[in-house]
Design a protein around this ligand. Structure first.
Ligand code: HPA
Length: 266
């Protein structure tokens, strides 16, 4: 961990105000960055290999919508066999580099029948419906004291209100709901989807929770947004990662307008 943080610190050309993690198919937003510096994660000794297509495996720094932004184009997932701590690396890096806010984005399946593919959903709450295969373990770092215990929500509700109001003021439709975290590696069975619906989940995905859990523990404020790429269907359908990426590409223009609005106003 220390050598990863040191390598990023040596490369980093400025001080980020905001860090953004891009979910599957959403990383193309970095084309709008200026004064861009790119650090391929494969150049960072000890950085876990990113093997999922649609995740480029880059850490980037640049100017975006008036702010210095540190961006992660490529996530580390539990379903690739990585640990909770490895999956949380964007949050550790955001904390160490001084970014005050982490915006975490993902592709997710819609569980709530009111959510359609193409919708954006502000995550208001989290659900961990199935037992996790690994311990939730976040090692202490010297730079900030860890927070322990759960009180209320990992989601900063005041910041979520700000985002909600920004979207409304700018005529950008955004839904709100609960994100259920599952480990994968397969998409959900029909029985699991029925279970998730009854449990109060609005959307389901295989990412985001490790990094926002770690961000919360480190005192970093977080905004989390799901791009609904498919309906998690209880009738037989075959969902592929290609379908998810294709739908993410379609909603990219609306996603990037919303993200720009958030970044410039936070
Ligand atoms: N399930 C889990 N993860 C996902 C889905 C889904 O339906 N869509 C995009 N990521």
């Amino acid at each position: 961990m220390k050598s990863i943080l040191d390598t990023v610190a040596r490369w980093l050309p400025g001080t980020p105000e905001i860090a953004v993690v891009f979910g599957s198919g959403l990383g193309a937003v970095v084309e709008d960055f200026t004064a861009l510096s790119v650090l391929p994660t494969s150049d960072i000794p000890g950085f876990p290999a990113i093997s999922v297509s649609g995740h480029a495996g880059n850490i980037l720094f640049g100017s975006y919508c008036g702010k210095n932004v540190l961006a992660f184009q490529g996530r580390i997932h539990l379903y690739e066999g990585h640990t909770w701590t490895e999956a949380s690396l964007p949050a550790f890096i955001a904390v160490e580099t001084g970014a005050g806010i982490l915006i975490s984005t993902n592709a997710a399946g819609g569980i709530n029948p009111l959510l359609d593919p193409g919708d954006l959903m502000l995550i208001r709450d989290l659900l961990i419906p199935f037992p996790l295969p690994r311990r939730w373990h976040v090692p202490a770092t010297p730079s900030s004291a860890p927070r322990t215990g759960f009180s209320g929500s990992l989601i900063d509700q005041e910041l979520a209100d700000v985002v909600r109001n920004l979207a409304a003021r700018n005529g950008l439709p955004i839904r709100q709901g609960t994100y259920a975290f599952v480990t994968g590696p397969t998409y959900e069975t029909r029985a699991e989807i029925r279970f998730l619906r009854r449990s109060g989940a609005d959307a389901v995905g295989m990412s985001t929770l490790p990094e926002i859990h770690t961000a919360w523990k480190r005192g970093l404020k977080t905004v989390a947004i799901s791009a609904i790429t498919n309906v998690a269907s209880t009738v037989p359908t075959i969902l592929t990662h290609e379908d998810v990426k294709d739908q993410a590409r379609l909603l990219l223009p609306r996603f990037s307008r919303l993200l720009c609005e958030i970044v410039s106003n936070l």
